[in-house]
Design a protein around this ligand. Structure first.
Ligand SMILES: [Zn+2]
Length: 703
């Protein structure tokens, strides 16, 4: 009697699953494997038969073999695997088959992502022998184990390779790439590059560094004299050609830091840093290994340009330079205060702007576009003070996230999703039609008698054309899919609504750390373009929101320094409001502030412009140009103002000024330009009025 297992078809192969597609994932880790294990590849293609045996019609079995010949670690460059993940995520897959289930993903992260997705979308995984249901506990356990095993195996291989390399390097026998100044001679020995110009230029670099003590200064010197540097870019297959490049500080440092130029054989100067990849995930970044931790360092292994002592002295000088400039550049005090760190983009040249901190205690963050400053001698592109820009961005953010705005946004996203669904329908019709046309052309071609070559040929052409059309439609479709709009789930909407109502409080809360504000901002804002040279006195700001929408803003520039970072902004405000209320002009206010020792944000004396800007900001009306303007008749201490004195005596303010100048009246000013405080008694008033009558009488007589 046969066992029940083979008798009944596997109950996991439900009609619902069979209605979807079966994906065969074919891959081999490297090209050599592809060459040498042709067999295994064929075996993998034969998995199509297995899918058919499991109940999938041939036309619903898809083979993904884009990854044939791609190496195993990390899915970044394996498009086939990405595609597989995408298909599962779109709910298209019912079954995924690979020769060895664990081969589906070579590292654990991929593997778990795959299992997670398969379990979520109810996809069955199969290899040559059995089926696994990732949502079932036992199957999952089994699959997880084989994934781990596979990763361990990969790790072992890598370790063995590395060990071999290291042993060879320890004997100084591993052929390492050489910098431009050195070459391998015919016998494989490292010697100086026989090109005399190369030798001379490198010697010049070392000599100049001795003299100038700074890589940047050496770069400037070389540039001034239009002297290039020999560089051997390690691109493409060897031998790598030597090229001359315009000097950059980076190149100079590279030369100074290369121990090969000191005749040393060194292995392990850089180490691959896990988890650091470029945006497209392709390049794994490496980091410098400190000098003392180099795995292999054999001094005087071959001829060099400088001695080992000079090399070590150069390293110390370079590191001191770097530390010195760092200390001057970024302080600890307000580190991380700049809201736009990492998302500020130079509106002039499009480079990402870095943050530096200015002020005696590094308290003012500044966004700066260094453009080519460090590398070349080009002057700095631009710098924008962070304070007021950050305030404006925060304001814009909170405004955008106000509850009513959120409501509108949610509705808009919903509508977009709806449109997408409609379009998706259109696309599926279009794709289906293209496929149908191709299949029909195929049938027609199949049906024709082989003897009828002419007809067959033309039908074959038609068939090929249709196949190309299918490809084109699929490609268009994929492209369209990539611009997928956001689809909001109920949870997302809830989070958004909560966020909207709580955000302002959260944002301003003293317990909210700058990093948290930054994180919130990054959710909403993609980048911020800054340009303070576009319009004089203004910073032009363009916010690129995560949705792709953009908004432009302008900021009056000089206000920058007087943001909340300014130590006693409230005190300053009160004083200026006060002085302004006394009818003083900005110039006078500035003079008083300087006299009182108030320090401007830029640590320079106040100018009338500073005061003007602050007044604008605080909506303080301008004082009248007339210095005899709106002063009260008498000051709190009983003294008279010019206007008050004029009214009391019965003359014009001009006469009072004349009296003051001629000494008939005494008064004092806190400082030049401040209002007069005039001492005036009733006797004095009488005396002056009598004097006035006398002069009038004598004038009348004379006329
Ligand atoms: Zn720039």
């Amino acid at each position: 009697m046969m066992t029940a297992i083979t008798m009944t078809p596997d109950d996991r192969l439900t009609p619902a699953r069979r209605a979807k597609l079966a994906y065969i994932y074919v891959r081999q880790s490297s090209l050599t494997q592809v060459k040498h294990h042709q067999e295994s590849t064929e075996l993998q293609y034969r998995l199509v038969d297995r899918a058919i045996a499991l109940g999938w019609p041939r036309e619903r079995v898809q083979v993904i073999d884009e990854d044939l010949g791609k190496s195993g670690s990390g899915h970044a460059e394996r498009q086939g695997f990405q595609k597989l993940i995408a298909e599962i995520g779109l709910g298209n897959a019912g079954l995924v088959i690979s020769l060895d289930a664990s081969r589906l993903a070579r590292n654990n992260r991929d593997w778990h992502q795959l299992l997670e997705l398969c379990s979520l979308f109810g996809v069955i995984i199969a290899d040559g022998e059995r089926l696994y249901d990732p949502s079932a506990y036992h199957d999952r356990l089994l699959l997880g184990l084989s994934g781990i095993m596979s990763e361990a195996e990969l790790h072992q291989i890598r370790m063995r390779l590395h060990q071999g390399e290291l042993q060879k390097a320890a004997r100084g026998e591993l052929r390492l790439p050489l910098p431009g100044g050195l070459i391998y001679d015919r016998s494989g020995q490292i010697v100086l590059n026989p090109d005399e110009e190369v030798q001379a230029r490198l010697r010049l670099v070392f000599a100049k560094f001795q003299e100038l003590q700074s890589a940047r200064a050496v770069m400037l010197y070389l540039r001034r004299n239009a002297l290039g540097l020999p560089v051997r870019p390690l691109v493409g297959p060897s031998p790598h050609e030597l090229v001359w490049r315009e000097a950059s500080a980076c190149q100079v440092r590279y030369i100074l830091q290369n121990p090969a130029y000191a005749g040393a054989y060194v292995y392990g100067r850089r180490r691959v840093q896990a988890g650091r990849r470029s945006i497209d995930g392709r390049i794994t970044a490496s980091v410098k290994v400190p000098l003392g931790e180099w795995k292999v360092c054999l001094p005087s292994a071959h001829p060099g340009y400088i001695g080992w002592e000079e090399f070590m002295a150069n390293q110390k000088r370079l590191s001191d330079n770097a530390n010195g400039s760092k200390a001057g550049r970024r302080g600890v005090a307000r580190k991380g205060m700049a809201l736009l760190q990492g998302i500020a983009v130079c509106g002039r040249c499009g480079r990402r702007m870095s943050v530096r901190y200015s002020g005696p205690n590094n308290e003012y963050p500044v966004y700066c576009c260094r453009a080519d400053k460090d590398q070349t001698a080009v002057p700095l592109c631009q710098e924008v003070r962070a304070g007021a820009v950050d305030d404006l961005i925060a304001e814009a953010l909170l405004e955008a996230l106000a509850p009513d705005q959120i409501g509108i946004a949610i509705a808009a996203v919903d509508q977009m999703a709806q449109e997408t669904r409609q379009l998706e329908g259109q696309w599926s019709l279009r794709r289906e039609r293209a496929r149908y046309e191709a299949e029909r052309a195929h049938r027609q071609y199949d049906a024709v008698e082989p003897e009828n070559r002419l007809v067959a040929r033309s039908l074959e052409r038609v068939w090929e054309e249709r196949l190309r059309a299918v490809d084109a439609v699929e490609q268009d479709y994929r492209q369209w899919r990539q611009q997928d709009p956001v689809v909001l789930k109920a949870d997302d909407i809830k989070i958004l609504e909560d966020l909207a109502s709580n955000l302002p409080a959260l944002w301003h809360s003293p317990t909210t750390r700058p990093e948290e504000r930054k994180r919130i901002l990054r959710f909403i804002v993609q980048e911020v373009l800054l340009d303070q040279k576009r319009t004089r006195g203004e910073v032009w700001i363009k916010i690129v929101w995560q949705t792709g929408a953009v908004s432009e803003h302008r900021l009056w520039r000089r206000v920058h320094s007087y943001n909340d970072d300014y130590a006693n902004i409230e005190g300053l405000r009160r004083r200026i409001t006060d002085l302004n209320a006394q009818g003083l002009m900005d110039k006078q206010i500035a003079a008083i502030l300087n006299e009182e020792g108030v320090i401007s944000a830029r640590r320079r004396p106040f100018t009338y412009e500073n005061v003007w800007v602050l007044r604008q900001r605080w909506n303080l009306p301008a004082a009248k140009l007339n210095p005899t303007g709106p002063n009260p008749p008498r000051w709190p201490d009983g003294s008279y103002s010019v206007q008050g004195a004029a009214a009391a005596i019965g003359v014009t303010p001009q006469v009072i000024f004349h009296y003051l100048a001629s000494g008939l009246l005494t008064g004092r000013q806190l400082t030049k330009g401040q209002p007069w405080q005039i001492a005036l008694t009733t006797d004095k008033i009488d005396q002056l009025q009598h004097r006035l009558l006398r002069t009038r009488r004598s004038k009348r007589k004379a006329s």
